[in-house]
Design a protein around this ligand. Structure first.
Ligand SMILES: *Cc1c(COP(=O)(O)O)cnc(C)c1O
Length: 375
């Protein structure tokens, strides 16, 4: 066996050869402007869709809570980490999702990997869209249930899989994203919830990229909503929302809640303040969506369905070159490569925010045309 360091050196060389090595870059954000080293960029890479991470009222709420409650939660929520800000935060989330109750986790990732294994296990079936977020798949794997994937947004393929396999399992859970994180398209929730009902399955929807941007749709056919406080909400943390019994069950059974420290109080305060702004100012979400639409219209792309627009370029190298070319023009747009997306679909993932000015979007459009990355 090589030494651990030698082993990692070989792995890194392989990643490098495949143009898949990743590294961390220090970034300072100020609104949609990002500074890396001495360079400043307009960012289309951030998930702060409503600009709330930098909102004065959100920052002030966090500062007050920091002064009142200190920096860290000190323990798991089930021990002594459940400080008084959780109750209003969860009540607000439940109300905004149209559900009886909500449960806040340390992150969206932790919410998914804790929730799924608490609901299904060996002898059960999980049906997941081909493009669901990695943490839903990690949760599925941890659960020990049998995982089958249906073609992206293809409810008839999901139906065929249910007809073929449903009878062989006890419980069945269907997993989808509301808005797909690397494609920006929206799941056919009405069809999927009808399917879940007719085939005796549960439907869980990851709303990390829809919340705050898309108007509330009919939520009645969804058994469990999951979301994050780290994107449109501008803070950090994750949650699930659903019927009271589901939430009570997860409070005891989700290992990532039971065995992980609660969020810092200042973080809950920031999220709570941000939710108030989302509720009071729906025009923020509308603006993010309108800017994405303006962009897709200008480039003759299919109309944006969310604040995310992919520009698919094919090979890793093409996506990296496009990202570099935009950087040279002062624009930050991250190249997304396999294994985050399927091989041959490396892309620029563009995220639009209410905090972007019209001129920022015009600049992006011009830069892409200049670089012949768009017609
Ligand atoms: C970002 C994301 C998550 C994870 O949320 P975090 O709070 O960042 O851990 C889960 N699902 C989807 C679809 C996401 O995009």
């Amino acid at each position: 066996m090589p030494s651990l360091a030698e082993y990692c050196r070989t792995e890194l060389a392989a990643l490098e050869a495949a143009h898949r090595r990743r590294s961390l870059t220090e970034s300072m954000r100020d609104g949609v402007s990002v500074t890396q080293g001495v360079q400043r960029y307009i960012s289309f890479a951030c998930n702060d869709y409503l600009g709330l991470s930098q909102h004065p009222a959100v920052i002030a709420a966090a500062q007050e809570a920091l002064a009142a409650y200190g920096a860290g939660a000190g323990a798991s929520r089930l021990v002594t980490g459940d400080h008084p800000l959780y109750a209003p935060l969860e009540a607000k989330l439940a109300a905004m999702k149209g559900q009886e109750a909500a449960l806040v986790f340390g992150s969206g990732y932790l919410a998914n990997i804790g929730t799924i294994p608490a609901l299904v296990g060996k002898g059960d079936l999980i049906l997941a869209d081909k493009l669901v977020h990695a943490c839903l798949l990690d949760g599925a794997q941890l659960s020990g249930a049998t995982l089958k994937r249906f073609r992206h947004n293809d409810a008839s393929h999901a139906q065929a899989l249910l007809q073929e396999h449903r009878a062989g399992y006890e419980r069945t859970l269907i997993l989808v994203d509301h808005v797909y994180s690397m494609d920006g398209d929206v799941a056919p929730l009405a069809e999927l919830s009808a399917l879940a009902k007719s085939h005796d399955a549960w439907l869980m929807v990851d709303d990390a990229h829809g919340f705050g941007v898309l108007r509330n749709r009919d939520t009645s056919g969804v058994d469990l909503w999951m979301g994050t406080l780290s994107k449109s909400v501008g803070a950090y943390g994750g949650y699930v929302a659903g019927a009271r019994e589901i939430i009570d069950c997860l409070t005891s059974a989700a290992r990532s809640l039971v065995f992980s420290t609660g969020l810092p109080p200042a973080n809950c305060a920031a999220a709570l303040a941000a939710l108030g702004i989302i509720e009071a100012e729906p025009q923020r979400g509308e603006r993010a969506l309108a800017l994405a639409r303006r962009f897709t219209d200008a480039l003759g792309l299919p109309p944006a369905q969310s604040a995310i627009v992919p520009l698919i370029l094919g090979e890793e190298r093409a996506a990296l070159a496009a990202s570099d070319a935009l950087r040279a023009q002062g624009i930050l747009a991250v190249a997304i490569r396999p294994p985050t997306v399927p091989p041959g679909t490396a892309r620029l993932r563009l995220a639009f925010s209410a905090a972007h000015e019209d001129a920022h979007v015009e600049r992006l459009i011009r830069a892409l045309k200049t670089e012949r990355l768009a017609a």
